[in-house]
Design a protein around this ligand. Structure first.
Ligand SMILES: [Zn+2]
Ligand SMILES: [Zn+2]
Length: 150
């Protein structure tokens, strides 16, 4: 198992062995748009042809939740827990090429597009980056005043 993957690094940081089961679980959680139950996750993994037992799924989820790699949400009414990957806040940036200020943009319109690309190319997308370059308001205003168009 290579440690270059983001999951490998996450596991290593928490001194967890990067087992193929843990990796598969993290991948499945990452691919899921919504929090899933252990049962759903188990079925998803089995569907993908991964041989794993229900108890291994439970144990792995507990360990990963304990280490804060995934988020466990308990529901008191039906005794079921849902799990989701702990995502780093996903954001893009507007980078001003003049003053070098960086403006974070929280909205991301690319998740749908990524799913479409996955279907089209049979490629499993695990992330993307996008930075847009230009002139911030302050810089473009000062350029307007001085009459120098960007
Ligand atoms: Zn600027
Ligand atoms: Zn994005």
């Amino acid at each position: 198992m290579e440690d270059k993957s983001q999951y490998g690094r996450m596991l290593k940081k928490e001194n967890l062995r990067n087992t193929s089961h843990r990796q598969s679980i993290l991948e499945a959680l990452e691919a899921s748009k919504e929090p899933v139950s252990a049962e759903t996750l188990y079925l998803t993994l089995r569907e993908k042809g991964i041989s794993i037992s229900m108890s291994t799924v439970y144990r792995a989820l507990d360990v990963l939740a304990e280490k804060n790699i995934i988020v466990k949400t308990d529901f008191t009414d039906n005794n079921k827990s849902l799990f989701e990957i702990k995502r780093e806040e996903h954001r893009h940036h507007l980078v001003c090429v003049k003053c070098r200020s960086v403006i974070p943009v929280m909205e991301c319109p690319f998740h749908e597009y990524a799913r479409a690309l996955e279907r089209q190319f049979g490629f499993s997308i695990t992330g993307h980056k996008l930075e847009m370059y230009g002139y911030c308001r302050k810089c473009s205003e000062s350029m307007d005043k001085s009459g120098n168009a960007p």
